[in-house]
Design a protein around this ligand. Sequence first.
Ligand code: ADP
Ligand code: MG
Length: 144
Amino acid sequence: MLNTETFSPEETFQLGQKIGEQAKPGELYTLIGDLGVGKTVLTQGIARGLGIEEPISSPTFTIVQVYEEGRMPFYHFDVYRIGDVEEMEEIGYEEYFYGQGITMIEWANLIEEILPNHYREIRIEKDLEQGFDYRRITVREVTK
Ligand code: ADP
Ligand code: MG
């Protein structure tokens, strides 16, 4: 369990970069947090840590965006607009979740029933009392 605080987007990016540098093939991360909290900023850092140079955007219209140019494949899911887990089966999610790349899923709570038995959850929260740019970021291992 990692419990940390950041005070700027750059710091959140750097934390992501560290996570990306330490990531191992086959790992799956879920990313939980409200709109505008910094999920994309963190994901961009993770991508950089994996050696991906091209810009990362939110895969809003595609469910999954695949990046092959890094140290290992990076599968960035955003399941916010998903209607049914059947849509995940249609895109063959198991190839990604159980493959040799890194999988990152925004809004993973919407597809909880198909998450693997073991994954890491990253949670980002604001606390306005601590300032506008403050974020609490926790990473924990989940075993179902
Ligand atoms: P999400 O993907 O969660 O909707 P984004 O990453 O797109 O959110 O946007 C986060 C916004 O919050 C950016 O405008 C960023 O500059 C700002 N921000 C301010 N402080 C932080 C921080 N400590 N960490 C991450 N983002 C921050
Ligand atoms: Mg986003």
